[in-house]
Design a protein around this ligand. Structure first.
Ligand SMILES: Cc1cc2nc3c(=O)[nH]c(=O)nc-3n(C[C@H](O)[C@H](O)[C@H](O)COP(=O)(O)OP(=O)(O)OC[C@H]3O[C@@H](n4cnc5c(N)ncnc54)[C@H](O)[C@@H]3O)c2cc1C
Length: 379
């Protein structure tokens, strides 16, 4: 017998804009909208902001410049790179703001940062811009009337609530809200990733003596690289949209890490951080009105700005790609926007460029501003 019972839903205060997901895209979207005077609620199911860029232990901010040394991404993406290193070490080259203590690894406007220190700084940044944050709160379902979204259902320690809003921005990293609203989506495929940060004491002492503070925090990957090298034989690639496969992915990563540390001298090291979310690169993206294309010279009429390809080094030709606003929405759903790694970018290489931190900040900022503009056109 199945016992079905009704859960009461409390209607809470109204917001102009609700942003679901407090990763880089959600931070940029909520801050951009609040700066334009909107009442903004940012929902985050974990208890820290930053998403993969903090809790996923990503600690490398990809470049804001093209491969020839010209800055192409500005705005909140630049504020965030500065914030990521404000209170700890950086690896910025001198021409991009580094000091004599910086340890640049590349001659581009990019840096290594401490994801834990960055996470501490993010609450203050978002709050000081007037955004209301709710942690430990799952944005579960959009409430839809036909194709118009009236707000978001949430679940947290207070139970189930309904927050009405005029615009909802999905920055969940897996397009959960867009998908549940009925927006058509595509699914990704992922190799196993399980990255932790460890400290090997003898290495740390050497790095301290060499003034290489940034190298004390060591990135250890017991999954595969971006191209699948190291993916366990026989393990299927996963999309990351089903709980069981996410569970399998996390357990496989942890077991491999345990295997790896079992033979280490237990007095010689420690693991400083393990990921608090699955390190899946591409889960699900919307099918938008247009697509982001990582093609040089693809001028689009509704450009929100430029981004570049982090994989290109200084020896490659200049790479600058326009990002269209219409890759952030499907106009059959006029008050829903997507930002971050879920924007419409169907080809593998396009998604690779769209999903990194600078592009996520750029699309987040644009979504926040577009949401405010949409509200103004309705009044
Ligand atoms: C292994 C790996 C290595 C990478 N390396 C780099 C790198 O070196 N440099 C780089 O620039 N980029 C790198 N990236 C990519 C980059 O870190 C991420 O793609 C980017 O940070 C994604 O930002 P986002 O805001 O779109 O999504 P996310 O970071 O996924 O943020 C989504 C947030 O939404 C929250 N959330 C999800 N669903 C809900 C819900 N229903 N309700 C409430 N909250 C919700 C999540 O908890 C999370 O905080 C890497 C990614 C991976 C996986």
């Amino acid at each position: 017998m199945i016992l079905i019972f009704e859960i009461s839903t409390i209607t809470r205060e109204n917001y102009d804009i609700i942003v679901v997901g407090g990763g880089i895209a959600g931070i940029a979207a909520s801050v951009a909208a609040a700066r334009e005077g909107a009442a903004v609620l940012l929902l985050e199911k974990q208890v820290n902001l930053g998403g993969l860029a903090t809790g996923g232990l990503i600690s490398w901010y990809e470049p804001l410049c093209d491969s020839q040394g010209h800055q192409i991404v500005t705005g909140i993406a630049e504020e965030l790179i500065r914030l990521s290193v404000r209170d700890c070490f950086d690896c910025l080259p001198k021409e991009w703001g580094g000091t004599e203590k910086s340890a640049p690894r590349r001659n581009r406007y990019c840096t290594r940062y401490s994801p834990t220190v960055f996470a501490l700084a993010l609450d203050e940044y978002v709050l000081s811009n007037g955004v209301k944050i709710l942690f430990d709160t799952y944005g579960t379902y959009p409430v839809m009337e036909e194709n118009i979204c009236r707000g978001i259902i949430t679940e947290n320690s207070d139970g189930r609530s309904f927050y009405p809003a005029q615009v909802v921005i999905d920055t969940t990293g897996d397009a959960a809200i867009m998908h549940r609203a009925g927006v058509p989506c595509r699914e990704g495929e992922n190799f196993l990733s399980y990255i932790v940060h460890d400290i090997e004491y003898s290495h740390a002492i050497k790095m301290l003596n060499d003034n290489q503070i940034w190298a004390i925090r060591n990135w250890v990957n017991c999954g595969s690289d971006m191209s699948g090298n190291g993916h366990p034989e026989g393990m299927k690639k996963i999309s990351g949209i089903h709980t069981e496969e996410i569970t399998e992915f996390m357990i496989a990563g942890k077991l491999r890490m345990l295997d790896r540390i079992r033979n280490r001298d237990r007095y010689s090291y420690d693991i400083m951080s393990i990921p608090s979310m699955p390190q899946l690169r591409t889960i699900r993206q919307i099918i938008g009105d247009s697509n982001f294309k990582a093609i040089n010279g693809n001028c689009v009429q509704d450009s929100i700005g430029h981004t570049g390809d982090f994989r290109m080094s200084e020896k490659f030709v200049r790479n600058v790609y326009d990002v269209p606003l219409s890759a952030l929405y499907n106009s059959k759903f006029p008050n829903l926007l997507a930002a971050g790694r879920i924007i419409s970018a169907p080809d593998h290489d396009d998604w690779e460029v769209a999903r990194v931190i600078p592009t996520c900040a750029l699309t987040g900022e644009a979504a926040g501003k577009a949401a405010v503009r949409y509200i103004k056109t309705q009044s």
